[in-house]
Design a protein. Structure first.
Length: 112
C-alpha cells in the first residue's frame, strides 16, 4: 500500500450522516501507522444562517481510536481494501449490541 506522494497520507475510510461526514486518514512512516480524522459538520449561527465547520482530530497509532463515536451506525461509503478485514472484525463486535440498525451499514463497503 502506498501513501499519497504529495501529502504522505492514505485515505482509510469515509463515513457520513445527515449534515456532515468524516474521512479517516493514515500515514505509514518507518513501519509505524498514525491515524486521524478530518471532516465537516453543518450548524446554524445565532442568526439562523447555515454554517459549515471543518475539523480534524489528533493523530493516534490505533485505527479504531481514530473512528468517530458510534461509527458502525454511520453510512460507510468507502474503506481502503487493505483495511476492510480490520474494520469488519471491529464492526462484528457491535452488531448485536442494543441500538443496532443494520440499514445504516453497507456490508459491501462501496468503493468510490
Amino acid at each position: 500500500m502506498k501513501n499519497d506522494e504529495l501529502t504522505g497520507q492514505l485515505k482509510i475510510a469515509r463515513m457520513g450522516a445527515e449534515g456532515g461526514g468524516s474521512t479517516v486518514y493514515g500515514k505509514h512512516t518507518d513501519g509505524t501507522w498514525t491515524f486521524w480524522r478530518e471532516g465537516t459538520s453543518m450548524a446554524f449561527d445565532a442568526d439562523d444562517n447555515e454554517i459549515t465547520r471543518h475539523w480534524s482530530t489528533d493523530p493516534t497509532p490505533n485505527l479504531l481510536d481514530a473512528l468517530p463515536n458510534r461509527w458502525w451506525r454511520l453510512y460507510t461509503t468507502y474503506v481502503h481494501p487493505d483495511f476492510v478485514a480490520q474494520l469488519r472484525q471491529a464492526f462484528e463486535q457491535y452488531r448485536d449490541q442494543p441500538g443496532w440498525d443494520a440499514s445504516r451499514f453497507d456490508p459491501t463497503f462501496r468503493r468510490s
